[in-house]
Design a protein around this ligand. Sequence first.
Ligand code: FE2
Length: 483
Amino acid sequence: MNNTLKKTLSVVLAVMMLFGTFAFGVSADEVKRIACTMVEDGASGRGFSWYTYEDGASDLQIMKTEDFDGDFTGAMNYSGSTAKFREQYFHKVYVNTLEAGTSYTYRVGDKAKNLWGDTCTFTTDDGDSSFSFIVSADIQASSDENFREASATLKGAVATAPDAGFIALLGDYVNDNTNDEWDWFFSNFAFMNNHYTHVPIAGNHDGNITNKFNTNVFKHTFAVDESDNQSLEGVYYSFDYGNAHIAVLNTNDMYPMTQAQRNWLINDMKTSDATWKFIFMHRALYSAGKHFNKPDTIMMRNILLPLIDELDIDMVYAGHDHMYLRTTQVYGDATVENVEYVTETVNGEEITFAVKPEGTVYILPSTAGTKRYGVNTDASNPATRVAAKLFSTRDDDLGGCFTVTEIDGGKLTYKAYLVDDETKEIKLVDTYGIVKDEGGKAEESDLDQSLMATIVNYPANFAKAIIDMLKSYFQMLFDLIGI
Ligand SMILES: [Fe+2]
């Protein structure tokens, strides 16, 4: 073939490819950052969210997995809302008519454009009291490679608990909150987001006014709540799953925690008769990482500890400080004495169960990512006083951490694992259990949850939080120097 003919063929081929692209209607747009999130009732509701580069409709096609044979003919169709955010388009759809205990297959996109994302799945809560959930924290990555490394932790988690009812990430998904970082999170964690229900928790890196004035990001990333509990910096919400009630707090408003959120938490927990009550949040109130004596940690402890004591919360899971902590049963800022323990062998593992204990266990499951902190074991640190298990996943380069909590009626079995950085071997590093009678009791509670409650109480709350924080700080200092 001579050169002239080669050049002519090349031009013809290029023109064919160009027109071919248009002819087949393939656009530059794509459906990305897909998430299926928990809303209010694990058995009947879900939120769906995603992004596109171009404006368009927010459509969901969903059908029972048992009826899905490769296409969405006969699917139920739902539509939601589209909002422009940071030069891209955020889409969300809510559904609250799902059947309990059912596996669904779905896709999201724009029906008119025939633009669809990946085919995804999830399963609704069957409502019985036997289920498990995964909790991990603080991916906080800032490169594609870091997100990929952190994804190994959650791959280990879903391999360990493939039937988990949901996966909660305790905030700080990203570091600098750029569009690139969120794209990397969703592309590296598609194995999880596309096939599990996600329980998102806002961290201080996920759209906080104190972090480069990034606001409104969380509500434009996940479809978690249609109520008024959204702020510029996150959202608080709750849901039922099996015989548990779970509240997700927004600890980005901890200066001090707004009266509206305090009142909401009291109303929400007191009026639930669930057997198990859990709180998921980002900032921890017991912590032994580098934030252990920061004002926000101290304020959180002063404000939340009495509320958690009053509300009979079984376990509180928090992130932010990238080290591992499990406390004893804690009440009144001290280890509960005289707890009865029994030891059982479960699947070859000896696990110690607290029997109908008082108090709350506080968990800080280190980090799924690679940014890990050392551990402060000063006697002055209240976390040291109440710690049952405390270690750094940095100092020995132990790996990314995840936890699995299994509920079977009145029995809770908690396990923490590390995924080795090099070998990806999954290692059990901590266990704990609680047994109690099934069935909780609800009471009436109707405190003011409006913004007005916060406005009215703000000056007094703020002054008290600062004074209490200073008192606590100096007490820690005096303890340290032995006065
Ligand atoms: Fe954080």
